[in-house]
Design a protein around this ligand. Sequence first.
Ligand code: UD1
Ligand code: CA
Length: 457
Amino acid sequence: MSDSNLSIVILAAGKGTRMRSALPKVLQPLAAKPLLGHVLDAASRLGAHETCVVYGHGGELVQSAFTSTALNWALQEPQLGTGHAVQQAMPMVSADSIVVVLYGDVPLVLPESIRRMADATEGSKLVLMTVDAVNPSGYGRIVRNAAGEVQSIVEEKDASDEQRKITEVNTGLMACPASLMGPWLDALKADNAQAEYYLTDVVAAAVADGVVVDAVKALSETEVMGINDKAQLAQAERALQHRLVNELMLAGATVADPARVDIRGTVTVGQDVFVDVNVVFTGDVVLGDKVILGPNVSITDSRVGACTHIHANSVLEDASVGANASIGPFARLRPNANILDGARVGNFVEIKNTTLGVGSKANHLTYLGDAEIGQNVNIGCGTITCNYDGANKHKTIIGDNAFIGSGVELVAPVTVGEGATIGAGSTIGGSAPAGKLTLERAKPRAIDGWQRPIKKP
Ligand code: UD1
Ligand code: CA
């Protein structure tokens, strides 16, 4: 069976009432990505040649969250059960394909498991994914005959006391040739406790037709957990984080405590990266060899070069930091902060849309916005680029080897020449010449006879 004949149908029409949320269930975020996004990722990793999402509740919102033109959408309205849901997708399923049913609210399923299930059809069987549940209540039970062959799935609400003791349960995921699935769905009846068209009834139909029914086991209950409420969402988040942090460690990162790192995107690491506790990664993060991330670092869509140390409590967003640099503690790098090799950014420094050149330093209490700063520049404590005049942003350009004293206000547009020195406390606009000291400072004056105010009685 080739990859190209897989046709994936994802059921996502359920209301998800138990989420108690304005957001449709399948859009609830897991590691910052909608539940349905995880299922779609698994589908795309399988290289299925077509994927159809059955939607209903919150339809437009769900569709607009996924813009891939390769996706097909089938509206299920009203929602008359899982069998009825798959039926809505069948017009978009190629007749000669293997149809694979996934659930939009079962996001942790691994592509390898779906692959095992699809392969087990051998082009002609019906294959279910099942799991041995510690607590099977609420699930459909897998009924086997004395020879161990699957005979039917009985929903909890329709099951006898004897059947309820069965611990092998239906995950809901299944695969079979589309040519068989179509007629079975058309023949479904809603004569059950919930008056719904159960997808699970295709099992009995297959047995009646002499089609072999097989089951493959999921790797764990967690892999196939369905998410119905915020408590289960949090449980799935922990399980996914466990998986992602494990991958990070297998990629070579040393993690101080795997339970205290969150990955909401992808992290690419070189050798011997160290990640301290409470680090949160978001989006695409790339870390070079021997990068050290201190405790409580939040890093989003950023790159950090080899041997750079990001100290505790620093926040990086859409930033780029070179090699051998030092950032923080308590530094904030905002979009387009470009910190070059060997530069140092200290505590309470905010940098936005600015290049800080090789070996330059801004060690304390500074705001640098819309600036181009050369090499080996020293930015004194409390320096501020006044880049915004209330209407427009202006640039600050500082040449190599300049020394900006403490408490300087650089009123942009302003250019500071190479090797210039700006005296502490100056407010400088326009330009300051290269190699000279420029300062702006009122003469101190002492007021004779002045007295401190005293508190009124
Ligand atoms: C279903 C299975 C049950 C299995 C369980 C695993 C049936 C009849 N039962 O039960 O054997 O153990 O899943 O979690 O299939 N959906 C639609 N349209 C509908 C109804 C549901 O799209 O009309 C979607 C839901 O959004 C959800 C999935 O199908 O993604 C499962 O629906 P749900 O109502 O949760 O099924 P269960 O009753 O839990
Ligand atoms: Ca369910």
